[in-house]
Ligand binder design. Structure first.
Ligand code: HEC
Ligand code: HEC
Length: 177
């Protein structure tokens, strides 16, 4: 962006117009930073942020359907080899939030994309198991996933520098050596 700003001083009127249209939503209505194709809606929820972001990033609700979140939240005592149990009130509160913003809640473009590849009865436990995820990462080789600096496909932030902010676009990807 910096070089764009510096460039503004020298571009012609025509150039200005193309710069302006660059920052407008695309014809399909995707506004960057507002739930566009690669950017998730900014969500805040105290319990979710407190309880689901201590061992990994708080995976966006839009990455899985409601049925998946019910499975995840129903099995926190045996959560991928960890005990992530919560008191029932907190658990129910987080589940409500996850369901309200899930891939099939119709609240985000990212969710719509994820749902395109999920059968009506599917309830994968992992984002990384969804066909959507596998397709988006088909260029990442097996050797890369097992690099020490990555560790696991679930470690989104290893490659997506702004994963914690819900930003996953191409420009922010940096696969560690
Ligand atoms: C005590 C640590 C811990 C806490 C707390 C925790 N998790 Fe996890 N979670 C894990 C581990 C470990 C994995 C497996 C990571 C891996 O495969 O590399 C995981 C994986 C996941 C995955 C699957 C990731 C993927 O796509 O492969 C989801 C979804 C998930 N957690 C949701 C949650 C939610 C929702 C909460 C809050 C209620 C939560 N987690 C809290 C440890 C935790
Ligand atoms: C080993 C590195 C790595 C890890 C770990 C990883 N990704 Fe990616 N991701 C990539 C690469 C490379 C691409 C393709 C970038 C491109 O060309 O658009 C990508 C693409 C994406 C896209 C699509 C962006 C677009 O432009 O369409 C999303 C969304 C995404 N990843 C989410 C995730 C999530 C969520 C996780 C964790 C559960 C994750 N990624 C883990 C490397 C990684």
């Amino acid at each position: 962006m910096n070089y764009l700003l510096r460039g503004i001083g020298v571009v012609t009127a025509v150039g200005m117009i193309s710069l302006l249209s660059f920052s407008l939503p695309s014809p399909s209505g995707e506004a960057r930073g507002d739930g566009g194709s690669d950017t998730l809606p900014k969500l805040t929820h105290k319990n979710w942020q407190q309880e689901c972001a201590s061992c990994h990033i708080a995976y966006a609700p839009a990455f899985l359907p409601k049925a998946s979140w019910r499975r995840v939240m129903g099995g926190l005592d045996q959560h991928f080899g960890e005990n992530a149990s919560l008191d029932p009130v907190t658990q129910a509160d987080i589940l409500r939030f996850l369901e309200a913003n899930a891939a099939d809640a119709g609240t985000s473009r990212m969710g719509n994309r994820v749902m395109r590849d999920i059968g009506p009865k599917d309830a994968p436990l992992r984002v990384t198991e969804t066909r959507w995820f596998v397709r988006k990462h088909d260029e990442v080789s097996r050797a890369v996933w097992s690099r020490k600096a990555v560790g696991s496909a679930a470690n989104c932030a290893a490659c997506h520098r702004q994963a914690e902010q819900g930003v996953f676009d191409e420009d922010t990807v940096n696969i560690p050596k």
